[in-house]
Design a binder for this molecule. Structure first.
Ligand code: PEP
Ligand code: MG
Length: 671
């Protein structure tokens, strides 16, 4: 065993970034590493634990390292501390997190509209009804102490029940939103955090009852996390609070929601909704929801779309001033919430709701038919899926192909990567579920906002501009090789295609394609189409070069918009401006389509823009060959295409390319 003494010279001590750098360094090694501070001794690989030490500036810590690679680990930790743990020699105080100018009192400055508010449409549909505000409920905690053993038993029972609830939520979400389902696995993991449980046990030993002990331990950890200048860690604070509340309610004997719902259907308003709040909304009681903060790519918005609940996010502080029982009309496409609408407005909304419902039914009845415009132009409508169940749903819902299989679902929420055989089995099942229809399998797209515990990436100031997607996989060729082997082995069971995410330049494509060719030769596997995502502006601008070599392109408008407009796709107050119908994004798509077609290749769009009713005619008019959309949108997109003519769509697209702003493009299309 090696022992190291350090004095933490960082201005804020072992908090925030320094703690993250310390823990990330420790995690790169197999050795068992413990940090001793005062009377506390914690696991150096648990961020919650290290933050929980509260090591201040000038604090002295002792680090014990034991294991096969202890020398290397000790040296790395020594270097990391000597280098200022990510803060350089001057160890400056952490700057306050940048506050976006448009945020007032922590809320986005929502636009006022006559008799209402305008937020950001997050899930389509109209909700008409009285408002009900979901306020965070204060859980009442008893003061009585039933003895150490009894309190420990209560805690274990609550944790077990919490695990069961989360597993059920995960399974329920898996069907509609597999990507989001993984969040509940993260919550389950938090419930087993050794440091957290240890802290609770200590408090119980000190005569606090289980609920008091749990609440205090959660609060300490969540506030530490929330104070960090790192959005990823701040988001973990929300997760800790969310999962903490779940257990607290169980300990206090309250039901999971703890809310007294009115006995009639309501439009829910809230400051924000956690993923578990959203996933447990009862569609019988809830017509739709609006939140004061949050972006359309937040977990709650994605879950709302999966559940078919109309939703508006980022509506500003004014939203919470709407009294319970006030009638509203919430429009999940435009983001407008009309307050106390007059009778005429209510009648009009009800009839458009009825028309939309009928159109939806008609669209579903025709879902098996191709999407052909009135002047006989066919555009393929495919599905974005995240797992085997999705593939079955997609096949039954009229998908002509899978345009995007997000393989991350196989890798997230677990401690080790899935084996080649495990991956093979899943890809094979998906290929078979699609019964010969093409399936575009996107290789692992992690990093950025989707870290994996077993793929260590050094701390990054801008993870979205860091090691993610293909560039991360090329730095870990074994991970990519295993995945490619699994896909190519499964290729004989269906029409699998391979697609690489986040390609920035030709050299990355060459490296990845060479790997495919080598593995295909090794396995004697069938030829498969190999393409790339166009989601980085450099790739769109170089589309003519790529088009000579790839078999197809698929435009990832979520990232292409983020990188073209330099607007974080998760940013709550930029949500209204970060619009894929921006003419700059459309020009990049236009260039991509022209380059592809000149080389005889096809182009899909697999970002969320492909299902936006205002974008469908423009993408069609730009000559996109395939729209890949979430399963519930397939029938609707097909039905919309059937109402259009290709000639008019081409004219519209031409006009859109000449517009100056996304707003102009949207006005051009109308509703
Ligand atoms: C995109 O960026 O548009 C896309 C489809 O990929 P993801 O949303 O998974 O990043
Ligand atoms: Mg992307």
């Amino acid at each position: 065993m090696k022992q190291l003494n350090f004095v933490i010279e960082n201005a804020t001590g072992l908090h925030a970034r320094p703690a993250k750098v310390f823990v990330t360094t420790a995690k790169r090694y197999q050795a068992d590493i413990r940090v001793l501070y005062g009377s506390k001794k914690v696991n150096a690989k648990s961020l919650i634990a290290v933050l929980g030490l509260g090591v201040a500036h000038g604090g002295k810590i002792l680090v014990e390292v034991s294991g096969a690679d202890e020398d290397l680990a000790a040296e790395a930790l020594q270097t990391a501390v000597a280098d200022g743990l990510g803060e350089g020699d001057q160890t400056p105080a952490l700057a306050a997190p940048p506050q976006p100018a448009v945020i007032t009192n922590g809320y986005p400055a929502a636009q006022a509209v006559p008799n209402g508010l305008r937020g950001v449409g997050a899930a389509p549909g109209l909700a008409i009804g009285p408002v009900f505000q979901m306020r965070p409920t204060a859980v009442t905690i008893a003061e009585t102490f039933a003895g150490v053993q009894a309190e420990q038993t209560r805690l274990s029972a609550a944790l077990a029940e919490g695990q069961a609830q989360l597993a059920a939520l995960r399974d329920q979400m898996q069907v509609h939103a597999p990507d989001e389902a993984a969040i509940f696995d993260v919550h389950r993991e938090l419930l087993t955090d050794e440091d957290l449980l240890e802290a609770v046990q200590q408090k119980i030993q000190a005569q606090q009852n289980a609920a008091q002990a749990w609440q205090a331990a959660i609060q300490e950890r969540a506030s530490l996390m929330a104070s960090l200048d790192d959005p990823l860690l701040a988001a973990r604070a929300a997760d800790i609070r969310d999962v903490g509340n779940r257990i607290l309610k169980l300990l206090a004997g309250e039901d999971a929601a703890g809310i007294k719902w009115p006995d009639h259907p309501v439009v829910v308003i809230a400051h924000d909704l956690t993923p578990s709040d959203t996933a447990t909304l009862d569609p019988q009681k809830v017509l739709g929801f609006a939140t004061a903060v949050g972006g359309p790519t937040a977990h709650s918005a994605i879950i709302a779309r999966a559940l078919g609940l109309p939703a508006v996010v980022s509506a500003g502080a004014g939203l919470l001033e709407i009294g319970d029982g006030t009638a509203v009309i919430l429009d999940g496409i435009t983001g407008i919430i009309q307050i106390n609408p007059d009778e005429a407005a209510q009648t009009a909304a009800q009839s458009s709701q009825a028309v939309a419902k009928q159109q939806e039914q008609e669209a579903k009845a025709q879902a098996g038919m191709p999407a052909i415009t009135q002047d006989n132009h066919h555009i393929e409508v495919a599905a974005n899926i995240g797992g085997v169940k999705d593939a079955q749903n997609a096949h039954e819902s009229g998908a002509e192909a899978v345009g995007l299989l997000r393989t991350e679902f196989l890798f997230l929420g677990r401690a080790t990567p899935p084996s080649e055989d495990e991956q093979f089995a899943v890809y094979r099942q998906i290929a078979e579920a699609m019964a010969g229809k093409p399936v575009v399998v996107r290789t692992l797209d992690i990093g950025g906002d989707k870290p994996l515990p077993y793929v260590q990436v050094p701390p990054e100031d801008n993870p979205f501009l860091g090691e993610r997607g293909l560039r991360l996989c090329l730095n870990r060729p074994e991970l990519l090789r295993e995945q490619l082997r699994a896909i190519l082995r499964a290729a004989e069971f269906g029409a699998l295609r391979i697609m690489f995410p986040m390609v920035a330049d030709l050299s990355e494509w060459h490296a990845a394609k060479t790997m495919v060719d080598e593995i295909r030769a090794e396995l004697n596997a069938p030829a498969v189409e190999v393409g790339i995502m166009i989601e980085i502006p450099s790739a769109a601008l170089m589309a003519d070069k790529f088009a000579q070599e790839v078999d197809f392109f698929s435009v990832g408008t979520n990232d292409l918009t983020q990188y073209t407009l330099a607007m974080d796709r998760m940013h709550p107050s930029l949500a209204g401006k970060s619009d894929g119908l921006h003419p700059a994004v459309l020009r990049l798509i236009d260039g991509t389509v022209k380059a592809a077609h000149a080389a005889g290749k096809w182009v899909g769009v697999c970002g969320a823009l492909g299902a936006d009713p205002q974008a469908v005619p423009i993408l069609l008019g730009l000559g996109v060959d395939e729209l890949s959309v979430s399963v519930p949108s397939i029938a609707l997109v097909k039905a919309q295409v059937r109402t259009l003519t290709y000639a008019a769509a081409q004219k519209l697209a031409e006009q859109a390319l000449g517009c100056g702003t996304a707003g102009e493009v949207r006005s051009l299309v109308g509703n």
